[in-house]
Design a protein around this ligand. Structure first.
Ligand code: ADP
Ligand code: MG
Length: 482
């Protein structure tokens, strides 16, 4: 029997507003517990929520970016449940009339295959507080700093068929909210997390299987692992003749397993109703159009432009544009280098990315600025240094020794292009290695190409990597063959 997987994601994105969605308290991460929760966030009686307009604008930006409908009239609703980190006893969310409905997201899979995922809706809501289990013995601490932090919850249609697709979709949404600058997307800090709804069905079946919902996953790697693990679990149940029950499960990354939190029978009845403390959100055409003019160039458009105008490959363009800061950096470096898109792309995705990874740095923390990298590329372009020497220069720039020109000068790295000097090195190498020369000359034509490598290596070594490799090759082959 063969099975197919069906996945729908609910992604929670914390919005990067300075203050909370219904109060003036700060949203900054990492403050001492309960120092950023005001009377509204604590749910004290007699206080009233006031909507943060910036949160609305952020949700509208997202909706426009995925080509969704923006509701001219949307309504906040109370979602009632009891939990220690929710002092009001209800979460303010949106239910029947969300601010954003529909819209699509294009994902790119391996082998360049594209797929469009439909978004059902995206609604505004407030985040809850946090239960803290460490440092309280048998008790639980409650930190309400997070209570009231604005969120958009983005709900997809059940249209993804593998963990790979789910990860690609989640990454694409992450890229989008970062381009729009509506969220910092920081997954360790919980600014971007998702619930994965997973079901399986016999291949070819059209109706959906019973799903399990895996809660609160905060890394791309965990989404992939949790889904793969959950699919295995469901297949085992069905193949043993059992039934999957609809339930909420929790993923444990340490054990790589999911375990049940609550079943459908224990599910909450949220008793949604419109929040009488808040007015509906009314948005005119003009207001929506004004927000539209603030949208930046989006990743798909930027990728197409890189392919068309810079003649970069689909792969390079996708890699560069997946992260806005990297794309910005690349474009600044390119302009400093005065062209050479492919070379700049290679340096950004190659040496620079490797160095950032090695030291676990963000591109904004790079000791080599875009302008410095552009200057380096310029020196490769005008033949001052070879690509290999450039790696040395890059390391030196990374270590704070200055800019490319200064380092090339100070270390005497300028490429040797004087043919007289190169010829002298070539002659020395030939006279120092009579055996190899003998061997070369006794070899048939087709083997000589390979043997010449030895001599090139010797000349490069003698020149400390500075001789122009094309000139070295040319001279050697003239002299050895001649
Ligand atoms: P709830 O609000 O109870 O979580 P929804 O119907 O709003 O339920 O669905 C939430 C998410 O679950 C959506 O992303 C949807 O695509 C997904 N989903 C619904 N049914 C299935 C299913 N059978 N298999 C996989 N995903 C599903
Ligand atoms: Mg759900």
């Amino acid at each position: 029997m063969s099975w197919e997987t069906v996945i729908g994601l609910e992604i929670h994105v914390q919005l990067a507003t300075k203050s909370k969605i219904f109060s003036g308290a700060a949203t900054a991460y990492g403050a001492d517990a309960n120092t950023q929760a005001c009377a509204v966030d604590l749910g004290l009686p007699g206080v009233l929520p006031v909507i943060n307009e910036e949160a609305i604008r952020s949700a509208v930006k997202f909706g426009l970016a995925i080509d969704a409908q923006i509701a001219p009239h949307s309504v906040f609703a109370r979602k009632n449940y009891f939990y220690p980190d929710l002092p009001k006893g209800y979460q303010i969310s949106q239910f029947e009339l969300p601010i954003v409905s529909g819209g699509t997201v294009e994902i790119q899979l391996q082998d360049g295959i594209k797929k469009t995922i439909n978004v059902t809706r995206a609604h505004l809501e407030e985040d809850a507080g946090k239960s803290v289990h460490e440092g309280f013995g048998n008790l639980t601490g409650i930190d309400l700093n997070r209570a009231g932090t604005p969120l958009i919850e983005i709900v997809s249609e059940p249209e993804m068929c593998s963990a790979e697709e789910a990860v690609a979709y989640m990454k694409k949404i992450h890229t989008l909210v970062r381009y729009l600058e509506i969220s910092d997307g920081n997954m360790q800090e919980g600014s971007f997390r998702c619930d994965a709804n997973v079901s399986i069905r016999a291949s070819g079946e059209t109706s959906l299987g019973t799903r399990a919902e895996i809660k609160n996953i905060n890394s791309f790697r965990f989404v992939e692992q949790a889904i793969n693990h959950e699919v295995e679990r469901q297949i085992d149940i069905l193949e043993e003749g059992g039934k999957v029950v609809q339930e909420t499960r929790l993923y444990d990354p340490d054990k790589n397993e999911t375990r049940s939190m609550r079943s459908k029978e224990e599910a909450n009845d949220y008793r949604y109703f419109p929040d009488p403390d808040l007015l509906p959100v009314e948005l005119s055409r003009d207001e929506i159009d004004a927000i539209r003019t603030q949208l930046p160039e989006l990743p798909d458009a930027r990728r197409s432009r890189f392919i068309k105008e810079l003649a970069l490959s689909e792969y390079d363009s996708e890699s560069l544009t997946a992260n806005k800061e990297i794309a910005d950096y690349f474009e600044s470096a390119l302009s400093a280098a005065g062209g050479e898109a492919k070379l700049c792309s290679n340096w950004v995705m190659g040496e620079l990315s490797a160095a950032l990874n090695r030291e676990n740095k963000e591109i904004s923390e790079s000791p080599v600025s875009a302008n410095m990298l552009g200057q380096l590329v310029l020196r490769i372009k005008d033949n001052t240094i070879s690509n290999n020497i450039a790696k040395q220069v890059f390391e030196a720039m990374w270590n704070g020794e200055g800019d490319a020109d200064g380092i090339i000068e100070a270390r005497g790295l300028k490429q040797l292009t004087d043919s007289g000097e190169i010829e002298k090195l070539v002659d020395d190498v030939i006279s120092d290695n009579p055996e190899q020369v003998e061997q070369f000359r006794n070899s048939p034509e087709e083997k000589r190409g390979k043997l010449i490598g030895f001599f090139v290596g010797q000349v490069m070594k003698k020149s400390r990597g500075k001789a122009n490799p094309q000139q070295v090759n040319q001279l050697l082959s003239e002299k050895l063959n001649g």
